[in-house]
Ligand binder design. Structure first.
Ligand code: ADP
Length: 475
């Protein structure tokens, strides 16, 4: 743990184990924070707030620049730790570190652009002035699937805005967080400004974040179920919250799209991080007349993907995070097959070449997926691509919108008017139009409906950590 500028053991020296999901081996043990540790970390952030928020934006920006430089220098180390602890292929881990570093750079710059405004008054003797001020201490909870970039996506704007923070990373991936905090320490960020609590049971930390009056804001990325729970608790104390939750992305081909080109894109985005991404396509809508051409290309590419330890060359499919994740995928596939879906690839746990030591599931393609199947509604978070055929009589945008989620959607078409119409009608926060990577530190990321509230990255990302204050001056 990193509390008030010092690396610490947990009270009573409690620890928990961290495992490599590709091999099942224990990597190391980390501190398991106790109730006093949680309170001390919040206290440190609270004590550090007045001085940190009083620095100029230019001064805070310097720390973020330095952290960005250090992160770039340590890119390879961070990527290797990520692959070991989280399982994604090393190349994907390097990409994530780069994406994570981008937030430090972006918000180092954005820190200096926290503009207020003056507003004309109807009264000649009155002036209005609007100030943006940091909210205060932020409690941040991050997930295991993007264990580096989710940290910077929250902490960089928080620090840029003048907030201080306590971070609780996911229990499966605390080592990436420890490495990130070494960078913050090396960048000279003053004691107490950022604090790290590693903990096996997240609940007491969540409870403290939503109920401790010193914490003014909760930022959370994780499941919709936990997000709703924390949202309800936070409402009792009227805390500010940002929630980035689950998704169930549609991937729509219109009948003028090139099925081969679309299949290439769909494979890349579907199997990214072994499907463990909130923007992962969960329903691939293909015109009935194009299903054959699309699936031929898609399946061929899926079958060529190698599963294994992310440290090995050529591996495209890493392990799932654990036993529960594997069971969920197995259950959804079984349910779909029982209800009449067809299996075109995969469909089983992988056990050859010692893969049984980890949590591997074969990249899987299902066709004939229908609304009565679990996979049509539930987020999969695994390497399963469900293909849904639709007919000319059906409104595919309406079908795509038929979900409680609203994070990402993808559209393939050559028609500008179809693209524009789908972009406007889809109820999702992020729409890729012939584009499978509509994300960047400079673009707002976040969802509608049960995918959460608030945006991360971009100009919007820093707003989440600011209060708006109005001054009315009689002169
Ligand atoms: P996933 O299904 O992706 O693991 P979770 O929502 O369970 O999603 O986990 C995402 C993050 O939320 C992790 O850091 C986890 O420890 C944390 N978390 C889970 N339950 C709680 C809770 N009750 N309070 C605070 N954090 C929680």
């Amino acid at each position: 743990m990193f509390i008030n500028g010092k690396w610490e053991k947990a009270e009573d020296n409690a620890q928990f184990e961290v495992f490599n999901p590709a091999t099942g081996e224990m990597i190391t043990r980390v501190a398991d924070a106790g109730p006093r540790d949680i309170s001390r970390a919040i206290d440190a952030a609270d004590q550090a707030f007045p001085a940190w928020s009083a620095l100029t934006a230019f001064q805070r920006s310097q720390y973020l620049y330095l952290a960005w430089q250090l992160m770039m220098e340590k890119k390879e180390d961070l990527a290797r730790i990520m692959t070991m602890e989280q399982g994604k292929p090393l190349k994907a881990a390097r990409n994530e570190v780069q994406y994570g570093a981008d937030f430090l750079l972006w918000f180092a710059e954005e820190a200096k652009r926290v503009y207020g405004q003056t507003i004309p008054s109807a009264r000649p003797d009155q002036r209005f002035m609007v100030l943006k001020q940091p909210i205060g201490v932020v409690g941040a909870v991050t997930p295991w699937n993007y264990p580096v970039s989710m940290i910077t996506r929250k902490l960089a704007p928080a620090l840029a805005a003048g907030c201080t923070a306590v971070l609780k990373p996911a229990e499966a991936t605390p080592l990436c967080a420890v490495e990130m905090f070494k960078i913050f320490e090396q960048a000279g960020i003053p004691a107490g400004v950022v604090n790290l609590l590693t903990k096996l049971d997240p609940k007491p930390v969540g409870q403290a974040f939503v109920s401790d009056p010193r914490v003014k804001k909760l930022t959370f990325t994780g499941s919709t179920q936990v997000g709703k729970f924390l949202g309800r608790e936070a409402a009792g104390h009227m805390k500010r919250i940002s929630l980035e939750l689950g998704g169930h992305a549609p991937f729509i081909l219109f009948d003028d799209a090139d099925p081969v080109h679309a299949a290439k894109g769909a494979v890349l985005v579907k199997f990214l991080n072994t499907g463990q991404a909130c923007i992962s396509p969960n329903r691939i809508f293909v015109p009935r007349s194009m299903v054959e051409d699309f699936t031929r290309e898609f399946v061929q590419r899926v079958k060529a993907m190698k599963a294994g330890n992310g440290m090995d060359d050529g591996v495209r499919i890493g392990p799932l995070v654990g036993a529960d994740a594997l069971a969920k995928v197995e259950n959804q596939v079984k349910d779909a097959l029982d209800k009449g879906a067809r299996l075109l690839a995969g469909g089983e746990r992988l056990t050859q070449d010692r893969l049984e030591r980890g949590w591997f599931y074969a990249p899987t393609v299902l066709t004939g997926v229908t609304p009565d199947m679990l996979i049509y509604r539930e987020e999969t978070f695994g390497p399963v691509a469900p293909v849904i055929a639709y007919g000319p009589e059906e409104d595919v945008v309406e079908m795509a919108n038929d979900t409680v989620y609203g994070l990402a959607a993808y559209v393939y078409t050559k028609s500008i008017s179809r693209a524009m119409s789908a972009f406007e009608r889809l109820h999702f926060g992020i729409i890729g139009i012939n584009d499978i990577n509509p994300t960047s530190a400079s673009a707002p990321f976040g969802g509608m409906k049960e995918s959460g509230m608030g945006r991360e990255g971009a100009r919007e990302g820093i707003e989440e950590y600011l209060e708006t204050k109005l001054g009315g001056f009689s002169i």
